[in-house]
Design a binder for this molecule. Structure first.
Ligand SMILES: Nc1ncnc2c1ncn2[C@@H]1O[C@H](COP(=O)(O)OP(=O)(O)OP(=O)(O)O)[C@@H](O)[C@H]1O
Length: 331
């Protein structure tokens, strides 16, 4: 899904990233759609062609009202889910700090630390050496040997934050996680992030707290209903977004509902052909635009492929059993 290239300053380059989700009312609709291929009725485009460059040392705040696609973008950047189309280049390792991100709830805090470190390619010796620091930063004390399922949300956030930041990633993704945990820990976590900023790390920071975004970021990406409304210097874009939110708040409930409904409708009827036309109108040669909108992964398709593969395997097994039984009878 991700190409690794190296240029001097460029840390992340995204070109026309889209994400399609299939929305099913129930299980039978899902099966029908998978086998009949009538996906157009269930389409929902959470991202509709995001293009941006982020440089080494950029601290990017991502804003947008609920459901605008912020977490979807972060999940694509961190490799948790694939984009439907579009290309993504990353020039460094990624660490994600999010509520409950990637912790195994059956294991203890200590075991989670060990596993995460092993996944980062650390040796047992390195892990043992780093363990006391991680535990101390997490402030979990004796709870470190309790299963994570017995933790509060705040405790999980502390553990997740400590593990990820001690892994020292080149690109840090922070999704709302700082709002959990007590205020002492939030301050400590913000201090750690300030250290990362000073070190020139690249950071993506999703928060509904615009003051925090204004304080910590040098750029803001405003995503609204899956489209990039603006991406630029923090003050400019944060001011624009604040005005948009105020305008929404001042609308009557009926007008606001209509507006949101219209936008969601556009997310349902969006097509990759539309995106291709937009790219061509922006001056891209047709064959290049066509290559960019090529589907890389499609939920419905993968399910279809899985069912087809299963059907073939079952068919082959039936043939083998048939010939085996036929042979047995002949003997
Ligand atoms: N797995 C999924 N299946 C179907 N739809 C999804 C899925 N994940 C997200 N969506 C939809 O995609 C849209 C974008 O969701 P996303 O979580 O990225 O928004 P967000 O900006 O992070 O929202 P919030 O601020 O509320 O956290 C929403 O309409 C959501 O319902």
């Amino acid at each position: 899904m991700t190409k690794q290239t190296q240029t001097d300053d460029l840390m992340v380059r995204a070109e026309s990233i889209t994400k399609n989700f299939q929305l099913y009312a129930n299980q039978s609709e899902k099966l029908k759609s998978t086998f009949m291929g009538n996906q157009s009725e269930t389409n929902f485009w959470a991202l509709r062609g995001l293009t941006f460059d982020v440089n080494v040392g950029d601290v990017v705040g991502i804003v947008g009202t609920n459901g605008s696609g912020k977490s979807t973008l972060l999940n694509i950047l961190s490799g948790v889910i694939p984009q439907t189309s579009g290309s993504l280049e990353l020039n460094g390792s990624i660490g994600v700090v999010a509520i409950n991100e990637g912790l195994n709830w059956e294991l203890t805090g200590r075991e989670n630390i060990r596993i995460k470190q092993l996944m980062m390619g650390k040796s047992n010796k390195e892990i043992t050496a780093a363990m006391p620091d991680i535990i101390e930063f997490s402030e979990l004390g004796e709870f470190i040997d309790q299963p994570v399922k017995d933790y509060s949300n705040g405790m999980r956030a502390k553990l997740g934050f400590s593990i990820v930041t001690h892994n020292n990633p080149d690109i840090l993704i922070i999704d709302e996680a700082l709002s959990v945990g007590d205020s002492n820990f939030s301050q400590k976590a913000l201090g750690k992030i300030k250290e990362f900023i000073k070190e020139g790390k690249t950071i993506f920071f999703v928060s509904h707290d615009l003051n925090q975004v204004r304080e910590f970021t040098n750029k803001v990406m405003w995503i609204q209903y899956g489209e990039m409304r603006d991406f630029g210097p923090t003050k400019k874009v944060a001011d624009e977004y604040e005005k948009f939110v105020q305008d929404l708040d001042h609308m009557s409930e009926e007008k606001r509902d209509h507006y949101v409904e219209d936008q969601k409708h556009l997310q349902r009827i969006f097509t990759l052909e539309q995106l291709q036309d937009r790219l061509v109108r922006a001056g891209l040669p047709l064959d290049r635009a066509r290559a960019i909108v090529t589907v890389r992964s499609f939920e419905g398709f993968s399910a279809f492929a899985l069912y087809t593969a299963l059907a073939i395997i079952l068919g082959l097994m039936a043939i083998v059993i048939y010939f085996y039984l036929a042979k047995e009878q002949r003997l």
